[in-house]
Ligand binder design. Structure first.
Ligand code: GLC
Ligand code: CA
Length: 546
């Protein structure tokens, strides 16, 4: 397969609201990001993905855009954006923008026009239907709870919204709408961005009358048109968020011969703690063999036919160290272990802000502490359905998106050095010992471990191109796999638990990286792994096994 630049890249996701506040209003901003480029450069990442910074009434923290051509004033100005792009380019970093085009804000002028009359030229930019039997057109539900249809008294019809009521879905079957989107994308491309992260892109081919949400019949046709009309003429990174993709679907998006996207961002590894067939808030204990099976399936099935994103975290997910690792005594070891297992695979790794510090979930005390629209809705629904406050809090603490949205922990200064004012969302109280300043002062920190992994990615083609083979699939504690490339073999070996675990491989390993001290050459035939021990070994095969 072709060697595109983004196969050796590591992407760092910034949630601008919570990254760094430059002017003391409590909200992170573009100039705050600019002031921290030295830090990102030190980590070694070469792509920054910015969650939305466009004008927005913030019903869903910017994922409800009211003007695609302007910057939300609390984040700065277009001039600040240009400066940010310039400074990133000077440092060899590219910026990819969040492209939220399944829906807009209801405050976007297109929607204002659309709702004003049935004959308005923008009417068909959105999806309007008459009601049925005094209710909504059908029983489609919103991903944020309740019906996906909202009645609008102005023209006495319902509009579709797969997210909040203030996020009306765009009608992609309208060619005029598509033209407007291409124009807007080209505007950003001309400004010099490095690509797009495409929000819930699997929804744009929807057919609401047939009840089709994701992966609609025209989805790939639209993406091919998008490729032709916009980024296809440029060398950009494009990544599609697709929650429910299978590997077959993943190939449709990312097989280079199909001229759609560079890669997909799918969530199967993240959804293992959900009851089968249940709601994402119905928890299930995590089992390591399930995780291995999922990662392995994707490693194998996209190999040579597509490209995957490797991630543990983003702004919609709780903190990974609190989920598959531990917030407790082995926080540092487990955070490094999780990084190892992920960055050793094929795909493009993503680091979500604060992951490189081992930032943890927030110790929320009550369901009322959550402010995110999804959590507010689920809380209301579950209270009405008779769940106890305890049960609701347990689910929210485990899963809520707010866990990842607390301000970035820069230092021990008040408010973790994120702002000199009052932060828009509370800082996690553990900032006193978990913060960037501390990490930069400690050569054994999680930060420097990530720095090594990022550097390795750039210099070791075995990681970007080698084959993948899973060892001991049923072992409940150890995740071990081999990467092979041009006669060389690497073993990625990780203990997922706080107890010691045994492992055996016929050979010796030269440690390339580990979260514990390692002998020069380790005999791997009878290994006892320490709590959350992780290592990448270059294998020297023993005589017998050759
Ligand atoms: C994506 C975003 C999420 C947002 C939703 C609706 O899943 O990552 O934050 O709420 O789309 O735009
Ligand atoms: Ca600010």
């Amino acid at each position: 397969m072709e060697q595109n630049w983004w196969k050796n890249s590591v992407v760092y996701q910034i949630y601008p609201r919570s990254f760094c506040d430059s002017n003391g209003d409590g909200v992170g901003d573009l100039n705050g990001i600019r002031s921290k480029l030295w830090y990102l450069e030190q980590l070694g990442v070469d792509v920054l993905w910015l969650s939305p910074v466009y004008c927005s009434p913030n019903a869903d923290n910017g994922y409800d855009i009211s003007d695609y051509y302007n910057i939300q004033p609390e984040y700065g100005t277009m001039e600040d954006m240009k400066q940010l792009l310039d400074q990133c380019n000077q440092r060899g970093m590219r910026v990819i923008m969040d492209l939220v085009v399944n829906h807009t804000s209801d405050e976007h002028t297109w929607f204002q026009q659309s709702r004003s009359s049935k004959t308005n030229p923008y009417r068909d930019f959105y999806i309007w239907r008459p009601g049925k039997d005094g209710g909504p057109p059908n029983d489609l539900s919103s991903n944020f709870g309740g019906s996906a249809w909202e009645y609008d008294p102005e023209t006495q019809e319902y509009y579709l919204h797969f997210y909040g009521k203030k996020q009306p879905d765009l009608n992609w079957s309208n060619p005029r709408l598509r033209q407007e989107i291409w124009k807007m994308m080209n505007f950003w491309i001309d400004l010099g961005i490095g690509g797009f992260r495409m929000d819930v892109i699997d929804l744009i081919g929807k057919d609401p009358d047939q009840g089709i949400r994701e992966n609609g019949p025209k989805l790939h046709e639209y993406l091919q048109e998008m490729n032709r009309e916009t980024f296809g003429k440029h060398d950009l990174l494009t990544v599609g968020e697709c929650w429910g993709a299978t590997p077959d679907i993943g190939r449709l998006y990312s097989d280079p011969d199909r001229h759609e996207l560079s890669m997909i961002f799918q969530f199967e590894q993240i959804q293992l703690d959900k009851q089968p067939g249940g709601h994402r808030w119905d928890l299930k204990p995590l089992e390591l063999p399930d995780l291995k099976a999922v990662f392995t399936k994707w490693q194998k099935e996209l190999d040579g036919h597509g490209w995957n994103s490797l991630f543990w975290s983003n702004h919609d997910l709780p903190r990974i160290v609190s989920r598959w690792g531990t917030d407790g005594a082995y926080r540092v070891e487990s955070a490094k272990m999780l990084a190892t297992v992920l960055h050793g695979m094929k795909g493009t790794p993503y680091i979500y802000q604060g992951e490189e510090l081992g930032m943890t979930n927030m110790p929320f005390a009550s369901p009322d502490d959550f402010t995110d629209i999804e959590s507010r809705n689920i809380c209301r629904e579950r209270r009405a359905a008779g769940f106890s406050e305890e049960e609701i809090l347990t689910s929210l603490r485990a899963k809520a998106r707010d866990n990842a949205r607390t301000p970035m922990q820069w230092s021990q200064e008040p408010q973790a050095g994120f702002t000199t004012g009052t932060p828009w969302f509370p800082v996690n109280p553990n900032y006193t010992h978990i913060n960037a300043q501390q990490a930069l002062d400690d050569p054994d920190s999680i930060f420097y471990y990530y720095q090594k992994l990022v550097a390795l990615r750039k210099h070791a083609p075995i990681l970007t191109q080698g084959s993948y083979e899973l060892l001991c699939p049923q072992d409940p504690d150890v995740y071990a796999y081999l990467r092979r490339w041009q006669g060389e073999t690497w073993l990625i070996l990780c203990n997922f638990h706080q107890t010691t675990a045994s492992f055996s491989y016929p050979g010796q390993g030269k440690a390339i990286l580990s979260n514990y001290s390692q002998p020069e050459l380790r005999d791997l035939t009878h290994v006892s792994l320490r709590p959350y021990e992780a290592a990448i070994y270059q294998i020297q095969e023993s005589e017998e096994s050759l």
